[in-house]
Write a protein that binds this ligand. Structure first.
Ligand code: MN
Length: 266
């Protein structure tokens, strides 16, 4: 049987080339098109800056795990200076809390053991790869008070099964944060009291000087694994006595040198 009536592969390629050439000829040069507009606009995630009309745009949210010895022990790990470990939360997990406000914080789905973790947060104005600890604080724009909210039962359940515990840490509203204070005004935070109270009863109380890895060391270690950039923020770990919250609880977070931050679980 002869196949001369059907187009050959060569014919198809030739006609495709003509179509492609025509398409290219009809398309303006890239420079003339400007920046393409998103088909569905997505909000930019930002954090207010105290004393500035400009805001801090968030690129990535990094968190350090078990960075106070007493918390490392309560979570079942060796408090000795093991290398720090990190995880991320999605950028849009940010919940901004204004000074003087008691912000409603929704109790999330799926969990029956929802935990507070009060933390110092460092916000970067620049970054890099393999940043030496001695230079690391040059990259810090400022600091905030934060809560690394955690669905502890889901985190523990996934860890027990050797599965990623993302569902325990990375969910809507899980990155609660106060406004950023420029380091040019506050200085850098290497020591100072940090605490969290629920309904007036202090639950967590420690000092930043008890962090196993300082903010500078966290930046240095993180930059070995990731290229850090302006807009990255780092939750620097929580002290011991993490515990559950329930609907109706009012949480009051304190960090020496910054205004208080408060949320109500709803
Ligand atoms: Mn944490």
């Amino acid at each position: 049987m002869k196949k001369t009536s059907s187009p050959t592969r060569r014919d198809l390629l030739a006609s495709a080339a003509v179509v492609t050439a025509a398409t290219i000829a009809d398309t303006p040069p890239a420079a003339a098109q400007g920046t393409p507009k998103p088909i569905f606009p997505v909000p930019m995630i930002t954090i207010p800056i105290v004393g500035e009309t400009s805001v801090f745009q968030v690129r990535r949210i990094y968190c350090i795990g078990r960075n106070y010895a007493a918390h490392a022990i309560e979570r079942g790990s060796d408090p000795n200076r093991e290398p720090p470990f990190f995880f991320q939360k999605p950028t849009d997990a940010i919940q901004n809390v204004a000074i003087g406000e008691i912000a409603d914080h929704p109790y999330p789905s799926l969990t029956k053991n929802y935990h507070h973790e009060v933390e110092l947060v460092a916000a970067l104005k620049s970054g890099g790869i393999d940043i030496p600890a001695e230079k690391a604080l040059d990259h810090v724009y400022g600091y905030a008070l934060g809560l690394d909210m955690t669905r502890r039962d889901l985190q523990n359940g996934m860890a027990a099964e050797k599965k990623p515990w993302e569902i325990g840490k990375s969910f809507d509203h899980a990155a609660v944060i106060g406004p950023i204070h420029p380091a040019s005004k506050t200085g850098h935070f290497e020591k100072g009291a940090i605490s969290l109270a629920i309904n007036g009863t202090v639950k967590q109380s420690s000092d930043l000087s008890k962090m196993i890895w300082s903010v500078a060391e966290q930046i240095a270690k993180l930059s070995e694994a990731f290229e850090l950039k302006a807009g990255d923020i780092i939750y620097s770990g929580t002290p011991e006595n993490v515990g559950p919250v329930v609907k109706g609880d009012v949480l009051l977070c304190k960090l020496e040198g910054l205004p208080d931050m408060s949320i109500k679980i709803v």
